[in-house]
Design a protein around this ligand. Structure first.
Ligand code: TPP
Ligand code: MG
Length: 919
């Protein structure tokens, strides 16, 4: 079981002064208060503060249950006497660190030589080197570790340091370092990607992190998902730790802090955040007038995390030990970050005057130090031993996640970089920079090597050197090199056809929406002994909306605490049921959190060797519109799974109006190359699409032995409709390619074609009847299951043709499919016209599209569809008009139809009854 038993969990009430508690012994209380007053009068506030803090500490030791402090002094959380023994060889590790620092900086500088200039970052890694190296040498467990290994989210802009280490470990060559940020010009796969991108370096990076904020939230849900896998008996993850390296500026993203409550609530002591507090972001200070470390401390403490501050290096310990009056601590507490940044750039003399100068007691405290010693008083994040102590304490802490707040200097040890506001953007090292840096790092490179015309050289002490042998031995002991991504999943046996058969029967006399049809299939799949347990249903507080509350009693909602209360509906058959073994992830109202879960589950085939199948259902408007960047990260992480945009369409989720009415998610989905979107009209279409999706993502083929790195996005609707039985001779291949002839025209003599998708297919069928009966038009109705896939196929054909001049010409699939009957086409969906228009230029014959361009609004479906002019009547007029433009129909017929059908008048739809409109 994960740590943190529910028996000794803290009370749910965290804070509170005793405003309404009766005082049972006022005299005794007065005596205590009087003592404090006396101490303030006689010994001063500083002494009183000290004693109060000691009392609080003691009270906590005695389990008195006093509220926690939100923040502590601006000093190290771990005092020197509580630092653990350091098991490594500090001198060797310092040299390794120096070599990595050098190569990281040189790599970026070389990438910015004249004529190349591909950018990169030097200052970030220089501030974080000790933080990473402590981890690499002592804590990070590799994938070969018997426990399964740790999962590490590297800060995106620190990538040069990670490459530089891999170079010394012998995993990357000097040539590869020189191809940093050149991923095509030397051949695909020959360069190093700018940032951690698993899609670009699939054997190396595991977690994409560079869209700031996503590493924080994704790592929390990763740690949570590890617990879930464990609790469900799928994998023992008890020895696996998740580390997230984050920037202090990055903490400004809402996603960074947005899920920290969940980490505390679920007692994720398998998670460590390391926040590199160099006090700077891109343009300048993070909190010039404030203190970011103190601010973050109070957020994390308030949320229930274990907070470890590493503020000062060991050279300060002696000064703090002399600080009997608390003047030094006071000065540390009151100095704003902007000032500390300035102090980091200025000389020892300046620091003596400005930091130690204002109070004679402070001045005296540093009398014995030279200016140079003062200048070099280090920040905690650059003190290897202090950082080690923090990591050690973090991994030993139980019951809470830990955040390490490390105080550092951006661009540290690079004289002209460190602490400068422009440092983030500085990419080139001058010869003077190189010499100064070399001296600070004691790199055995001569002036001549730097002064010559050649670029600054990399440094490698050679495989036989003590340093390389040491670093390799450390990695061997800890389970191998990091980062490393591997794909070796347990094979999954996919279900046979039976599970899909129910949807092929149609809905008989009943009307059911495609959302319900999908849920019905999902429920059946969850019963399959092979894939069932691998399905991870995810919803942000909307299981009920999507008719999935029926899963509560059987599949249950995952909670590491089980259910510690009597559920209000416990007597009902479909009672709300939380359980430690629950299968459903109920994320509360957090689409960002739900996406993070989908990513963790969808990449488990690689991160845990266990293929898991996330099925994330959401209001379609709050998917791509709200969290497209997370879906992009999901694609980068090569995660798979089903995203289900339920209650889709601009006019179908009637009544909810502008903010809910999704008329464009397919278009945003199309911008993500990994996303395969389908807009099915009927249950039987869904069954073929889901079956094929499982085959592609979780099956094995020669081309993709471990499945394809794609994500399925299905838009399903909440409008109850009659679900037809699957047609006898259904052209499944065409259905999966994106369109098939659903109902051929029966009456009429003038040829036309209506292409419709999703909820628009029934409108098209009604239009087909009207056109045949009243206008002598024979309109075939095509069900378009995927405008996006049709367009991609066509684009691929065009690209092929461009690259094969003089050879036969590839014809896009849709052009061939529609060739046999040339006709005017009207395309329609519940989305904006740009969705079907993607395929227009490959469809033979005249084309017109109808769509729901513009903002949605609240009304009945009939009124909305009339207002957007996508209903059957509008389709009829559009078909006639398109035919008239090509002289197949008289213009007067169009004018008459327009008048008769009132397609410009939404009020004409008043009184049309509808059902099932609730959101
Ligand atoms: C979502 C997002 N917005 C903006 C950026 C651009 N950006 C890259 S680094 C950076 C500053 C990072 O500062 P901080 O988090 O403090 O990291 P440091 O480099 O100081 O360690 C910014 C704004 C980004 N990568 N992602
Ligand atoms: Mg920063």
């Amino acid at each position: 079981m994960p740590t943190g038993s529910s028996g000794d969990r803290p009370s749910v009430i965290h804070e509170g002064l005793p405003t309404q508690l009766p005082d049972i012994d006022p005299e005794e209380t007065a005596e205590w208060v009087g003592s404090l007053d006396e101490m303030v009068d006689e010994r001063g506030r500083a002494r009183a503060r000290y004693v109060m803090l000691r009392l609080l500490e003691r009270a906590r030791e005695q389990n008195v249950g006093v509220p926690a402090l939100r923040s502590t002094d601006f000093i190290n959380t771990i005092p020197p006497e509580r630092e653990p023994w350091f098991p490594g060889n500090e001198a060797i590790e310092r040299r390794i660190r120096a070599f990595i620092r050098w190569n990281a900086a040189v790599m970026v500088s070389r990438a910015n030589r004249p004529g190349l200039g591909v950018g990169g970052h030097i200052a970030t890694y220089q501030s974080a080197a000790s933080l990473y190296e402590v981890g690499f040498n002592h804590f990070f467990r590799g994938r070969s570790h018997p426990g399964g290994g740790d999962q590490i989210y590297f800060q995106g802009h620190a990538a040069p340091g990670i490459y530089a280490r891999s170079y010394l470990e012998g995993r990357l060559t000097e040539q590869q370092l020189d191809r940093f940020r050149q991923e095509r010009s030397h051949g695909a796969g020959e360069g190093l990607s700018s940032y951690p991108h698993p899609r670009l370096m699939p054997d190396y990076w595991e977690f994409p992190t560079v869209s700031m904020g996503l590493a924080a939230i994704n790592s929390i849900y990763q740690a949570r998902f590890n617990r879930y896998l464990h609790a469900r008996g799928i994998k023992d993850t008890s020895e696996q730790r998740v580390w997230a390296f984050l920037g202090d500026g990055e903490m400004g993203e809402p996603e960074s802090l947005g899920a920290i409550g969940l980490a505390a609530r679920e007692e994720l002591d398998n998670l460590t955040f390391v926040i590199n507090c160099n006090l700077q972001q891109l343009d300048g200070p993070v909190r010039g007038n404030g203190k970011i470390i103190q601010e973050l401390e109070s957020f994390f403490r308030g949320a229930g995390w274990n907070v470890i501050k590493v503020v000062w290096g060991r050279e300060w310990d002696d000064l703090l030990a002399r600080d009997t009056d608390g003047v030094l601590v006071n000065q540390m507490n009151r100095t704003p970050d902007g000032e500390f940044q300035t102090l980091s750039v200025e000389s020892g003399a300046y620091n003596r005057e400005h930091f130690f100068g204002p109070d004679p007691r402070l001045t005296k405290m540093v009398e014995h130090l030279t200016d140079e010693q003062i200048e070099r008083l280090p920040r905690g994040g650059h003190d290897y031993r202090k950082v080690y102590s923090a990591f050690d304490a973090a991994v030993k802490h139980t019951g809470q996640p830990t955040v390490i707040l490390a105080h550092t200097i951006k661009g540290w040890l690079l004289e002209s970089f460190q602490g400068r506001n422009a440092t983030h953007q500085m990419k080139k090292l001058t010869k003077d920079d190189l010499k100064g840096f070399r001296d600070r790092l004691y790199i055995p490179i001569s002036d001549e090597q730097i002064d010559g015309d050649d670029l600054a050289p990399f440094y490698n002490p050679g495989n036989d050197s003590e340093e390389i042998q040491y670093m390799k031995a450390r990695r061997d002991a800890l389970g191998g090199s990091i980062p490393r991504r591997k794909v070796d999943p347990t094979p999954v046996k996919l279900p046979g056809d039976d599970v899909y058969s129910a949807l092929k029967q149609g809905s008989g006399k009943q009307q059911i929406a495609t959302t319900m049809a999908f849920v019905r299939l999902l429920r059946d799949l969850m019963k399959d002994p092979e894939v069932g347990p691998r399905i991870v249903p995810i919803a942000p507080d909307e299981y009920r909306t999507f008719g999935m509350d029926s899963m509560f009693p059987s599949a249950k909602i995952y909670s590491p605490h089980g259910q510690t209360y009597d559920s209000v509906d416990r007597k009902l058959l479909l009672a709300y049921k939380e359980s430690t073994e629950g299968q459903l992830l109920h994320e509360g109202i957090s689409e960002a959190g739900a996406m993070a879960s989908a990513i963790a589950a969808g990449s488990a085939y690689a991160t845990h060797d266990e293929p898991m199948i996330p099925v994330y259902l959401f209001y379609s408007m709050f998917g791509f519109q709200r969290t497209a960047d997370s879906i992009w990260a999901m694609a980068d992480q090569l995660a798979r799974g089903f995203l289900i945009g339920a209650t889709a369409g601009r006019t179908t989720l009637t009544g909810e109006g502008l903010q809910h009415a999704d008329g464009h998610s397919p278009l945003i989905a199309q911008t993500n190359p990994a996303v395969v979107h389908y807009d099915p009209a009927y249950g039987f279409e869904i069954s073929h699409i889901v079956k094929d999706g499982l085959r592609r993502m979780y099956g094995s083929s020669d081309e993709h032995p471990h499945g394809e790195d794609v994500i399925y996005y299905l838009t399903v609707y909440n409008e109850p409709i009659s679900q037809p039985v699957e047609p006898d001779e259904l052209d499944v291949e065409s259905l999966l390619k994106g369109a098939y002839l659903f109902r051929k025209a029966t009456g009429g003599t003038i040829n036309a074609r209506i292409m419709a998708s999703g909820v628009a297919v029934p409108w098209a069928l009604k239009a087909q009847e009207m056109l045949a009966e009243n206008y002598d038009v024979a309109a075939d109705v095509w069900s378009v299951t995927s405008w996006n896939e049709i367009a991609r196929d066509a684009v691929n054909a065009e690209r092929w043709n461009l690259n094969h001049p003089g050879e036969y010409t590839q014809v896009p699939w849709i052009t061939t499919a529609l060739m046999d009957r040339s006709a005017a086409t009207v395309a329609v969906s519940d989305y904006m016209r740009a969705v079907p228009d993607q395929i227009a230029r490959w469809v033979p014959g005249p084309w017109q599209s109808l769509g729901t361009d513009g903002f949605g609004f609240a009304d009945t479906r009939a009124a909305a569809r009339r207002a957007f002019q996508v209903d059957a009547e509008s389709i009829v007029v559009a078909v006639l008009q398109t035919l008239a433009q090509h002289s197949h129909v008289e213009p007067s017929v169009v004018r008459q139809a327009f008048t008769d059908l009132k397609i410009d008048d939404p009020t004409a739809t008043a009184g049309i009854a509808q059902e099932g409109g609730d959101a």
